[in-house]
Design a protein around this ligand. Structure first.
Ligand code: FAD
Length: 396
């Protein structure tokens, strides 16, 4: 085995979390390699909402401007009734005026490309599954098994997603992901006309989302209560028409434009029970591996990017031992991400309402909220969106 390089970091997983971590560490002067088990970083996923907190973190990574440029401004975003009536409304300009940035909706593939392009060539090894075989401690390196042999490192970042094998190894007593009750559909489509209204449409136990992208395409998504693993016998398009066919335009029209091989269907699982820590030994868990959440606040990837920036801010080329920074990483990230996992589940509970009485009460509450000044509505998101990257610790 090669000698331990305390400043050699290994990242497991080449999703948004893993690539953000690699770039953040690289920018702190720490040599890093990424092992991704997939054969290529194919553009899976559809659109992604990057909230102001994530855009600030992406600025720290040097790619914020590239992703901001892809965001499309929209004068009317909010929540509508399936009839098309607004229940609560704002605009991208209002969000930007309040938080200094809009919520930038971009293709996930563009986020991956921006991160990848900023990394030195050769950083990412695809077709390269990796397994932590020893998490290490303050006297021993961590050891990661790859197809090319065992590698030792002073720091391992496990960004191996919601089904993280590393999490199972570090915290064998943790119950793992729990099904949220929701399934989702996502696609990027090309309509003839740009939708005049953006945001979500909420019905009984289901929702649809319409997000115009800067290039004229539209990210369209749906969520509905469904047993885990259920798939539509008549096909997903027929299922979407069954669920959303009588909703306001352009919801059914946009779903009908989704090409079958570009229509993603994913059940939503979450880490309902927080982990005791986001690290063990020399291994830091990051992104969905640490805190997979329901997508209803659009914060899963945003929090993964925050994790990466916070972790790297605690380290630098002068750091005597990166493992010493990991308790601070856990202490900083655990409370914030646990609160957002809980808030995301609560947002899902609002959408899950399906009795007529409960749905009516929700509609009244949202309609009253629409009467509040925009500033009051936006202030509710402040604890998430106001986050700012910490200053890097000098000579940590
Ligand atoms: P992943 O993207 O799952 O990446 C993990 C990677 O690790 C994978 O590439 C996998 O192949 C690799 N891997 C696993 N095991 C190994 C191994 N042993 N060796 C090597 N590689 C391995 N978030 C937002 O911020 N905004 C949104 O608008 C938003 N919308 C969403 C909508 C839906 C319907 C869903 C389901 C999620 C949404 N999210 C959103 C959440 C977001 O997609 C995730 O939180 C984010 O992609 C997690 O990134 P990650 O890198 O942690 O994990």
């Amino acid at each position: 085995m090669p000698p331990m390089g305390l400043h050699q970091a290994i990242v497991i997983g080449g999703g948004i979390g893993g690539l953000s971590a690699a770039l953040a560490l690289h920018r702190q002067g720490i040599p890093v390699t990424v092992h991704e088990r997939a054969a290529s970083l194919e553009p899976v996923g559809a659109g992604l909402a990057l909230a102001p907190n994530a855009l600030r973190a992406l600025d720290r990574l040097g790619v914020g401007h590239r992703l901001r440029a892809l965001a499309a401004p929209h004068p009317a975003i909010g929540v509508r009734h399936p009839s098309g009536r607004w229940l609560a409304r704002t605009s991208t300009a209002a969000v930007e005026a309040h938080f200094g940035d809009p919520i930038a909706a971009v293709p996930r593939a563009d986020v991956i490309a921006a991160l990848l392009d900023a990394l030195p060539e050769g950083t990412v090894h695809t077709d390269s599954p990796a397994t932590v075989i020893d998490p290490g401690d303050d006297r021993h390196p961590a050891v990661v098994r790859t197809a090319d042999g065992d590698r030792s490192a002073g720091l391992v970042v496990a960004a191996d997603g919601i089904r993280s094998a590393t999490r199972g190894l570090l915290f064998p007593g943790h119950p793992g992901p729990r099904y949220s009750g929701f399934t989702t559909w996502r696609s990027i489509v090309t309509p003839d006309r740009r939708p005049t209204a953006a945001g979500e449409v909420w019905g009984r136990g289901r929702l649809a989302g319409i997000v115009p992208l800067a290039d004229g395409r539209v990210y369209v998504y749906g969520a509905a209560l469904s047993p885990a693993g259920a798939r539509a016998a008549a096909g997903e398009h027929a299922e979407l028409q069954r669920l959303f066919g009588d909703w306001c335009a352009p919801v059914p029209q946009l779903f009908s434009l989704a090409e079958p091989d570009r229509l993603l269907r994913n059940d939503v699982w979450e880490l309902a029970d927080p982990l005791p820590a986001h690290h063990h030994g020399r291994v830091a868990l990051l992104g969905d591996a640490a805190h997979a959440m329901c997508p209803f606040l659009g914060q899963g990837a945003c929090q993964a990017i925050e994790d990466a920036v916070v972790l790297a801010s605690l380290l630098g080329p002068e750091t005597a031992d990166p493992a010493a920074a990991l308790p601070t990483y856990s202490a900083t990230r655990l409370p914030r991400t646990t609160a957002i996992v809980t808030a995301s589940r609560r947002a899902g509970a609002l959408i899950a309402l399906h009795s007529p009485a409960a749905t009516l009460l929700r509609t009244i509450a949202l309609t009253l909220a629409d009467l509040l000044p925009t500033r009051t509505l936006l202030r509710r998101s402040a604890s998430i969106y106001d986050w700012r990257p910490p200053a890097p610790v000098r000579g940590a």
